[in-house]
Structures are given as structure tokens and as C-alpha cells.
Write a protein of this length. Sequence first.
Length: 370
Amino acid sequence: MSERVDAYLSKNKKIAKGDIADIWQKFEQLYSKKLWHQLTQEVRTSLAKTQFTGSINLKDFYDNFISEFEHRINPLQLVEIVLPIAKFIFSQKKESAYEFLNKIEKTVFKDKVSVARVHTGQIELRLNHKDASDRLVDIKKVRVCGIIGKLVFLYITLFWFCDTQILIVVDILFQSLIESAQKEVDDLIGVTEVHAPFYKVSSMFLKEIGDFAGYYREALRYLGVEDTTKMPAEDRHVQAVLIGFAALLGENVYNFGELLAHPILKALDDSGERWLTEVLYAFNSGDLNKFYSMEKQWSEWDDLKKQKDFLVGKMRLLAIMEIALARPSKERNITFSEIASRCQVPINDVRCLKIFLFIQHMNMSMNSNI
């Protein structure tokens, strides 16, 4: 045992009490016996306990202990150990946290999964980098009108959406980090330990820029590889609400089947948002009557209330799709009167509705081919 490690462990064991003292003693025993795998597991377990992490300076923990045997640790395990340490450093000095993870990346550079996990951790730190007004430093929102598109400049990436008239300004380094991490994850074989963390931060980013459809896609990927039974109840509830709203508000999101089949929606049972599950089922079946009958509940949420016309239009498209899919493939000629009745519009407006729905269908086809 090095003198520095010996002194550090002895000091903390003496000043700690109860269970925390036992942890330091266990560290000392495992380190002295060079049981690196068991020590790694004990460190990870301890870092998950707020009672332990709240009692020490995690930067000192790394400098005086972890750094002494990090070369003995599996690369991915090392990254998982240093991420909570990076968050602690971030709370003290943000730039130092970025530098710390850059150093760790150089240590694990031979392992692709570990490098992708480091980059995912860097993204998570940036998503927590907020100003005094609790707004993300790397993402700015500016009101504009009449422009649609995406431009890349030297220092910023600009996203803007005509329907919201909000210009999204994203730091170019942040944007490039997300894109490079996406490629790294896509290049990995099979589902790895880094997939769930990446899809989680990717969906968080898309939520921040107001891309409901993008968030819905990434959140489904996240839920597809995450064990939701191990998530805290509050986190499950938040995830269910967010993805439910994204399904409703996302442009060209018309497939609700995967979400409705996912157990995450059970988190809404016996909660004030139970109505959201019912509205999702109403959309899935194109049931306008059900949607209108629940207006009192969903209209209490400004995001939905402001987009009522959009939601009704989306519901009408789903209603027509439901009519068509309920028939044999060779008997899908639908009369104007049937459309008018199901979509609750005057029969004279059906032609305009069909033109609108045709355009929507073309948009869906184009997006599916991109």
C-alpha cells in the first residue's frame, strides 16, 4: 500500500462513524489484499450512497485513492466510478469537471464503449450547466418568425421551428459532442451499458430544444434498453408524463402502439395524470368523442391547450387511418359522409380535410425515408 493511500484511508477511517467507518475499513482491507475487482464493486456501491458521498470531498477521494489503482480497474467500471466524481467537481468548478473527464478519456481511449460513456457523461454535465435563471448555458431560446431550418456557424448551431417561432441557439461544441457520441453508440455491436445513458441524455437534449418528435423517438429507445423496475417511482412518473406529452405534440408521430404497450405508463395509474393514458388510447383509436370528453383535464396543461387545433388535426388523421385499417385491403374506399361523421366536420369541408391529410401523409413518407 502506498504511503499516500495508507494515510488517506487511515485518516478517514478515524474521523468517520458508524457505517461510513465500516466502508473505509473495507476499502483498506481490499486494497491491502489487492482484491481489485471486489474493491471496484465496493467503491461503486459506496458512491451510490448519498450518506457516503456527502461526507467527503470526492475530488480528494479520486486524487488520493482511486488514481492509485485506476489502471487495475476495468475501463467501463472506471468511467462509472468517476462520473459521480465529475459531477461533484462540476458543482465546484465547471471547467475543471470537463478537464477531468478529458483526462479520463485518455486513460480509457482503447475501449470504445468506455469512450462513448465518457462523452455521454460530458453531455450530461452540459445539460446541468445552468445560469442564475436556471436556463441552460449551452442552449438559448430567442423568439423569431417566418423561418424554418438549421444552420451551422463557427461557434453555434441554430435550430428554428416556424410553428413555435422560437430560435434555438446551441453551442457548436455541445452539438458536435452529441453527434459524435451518437455515432460512437451506433457503431457499437449489440446493446451495451452505454446505450441507456446515451439515449437518456440525447432525449433530454431534444426536450430542451423543443423537438417533441425527436424526444419521443429517443425516449422510446431509452425505455427500450433501461430496466424501469429499478427506476425510482418519481422518475418513472416523470418519464411517463414527458413521453406521453411528446407523443401527443410531436409532429408526424402517429404510432402510439409501442408506448401503449410499455409498462412505463403504469406509473400514471392512481396519479393525477391518469387521464393522459386515456387520451393516448383515444388518439390511438382516433376517438374524437373521447378526446373532447376529457378536455377539462388536458386543457389544464398550457402546452396542450395552446396546441388544441394541432391536436384535433392529428386526431382526425388518426380517425381516417382507423377507418381504413378496419376494412379489408381491397375495400378501402371511404365516403365523404363517413369521414365527416368520424372527424366531426361539415361534409363540405371534407375535401379540404383530405387535401390537408394528403399533405400530412406526404410529410410522413418523406420523413420515413430520411
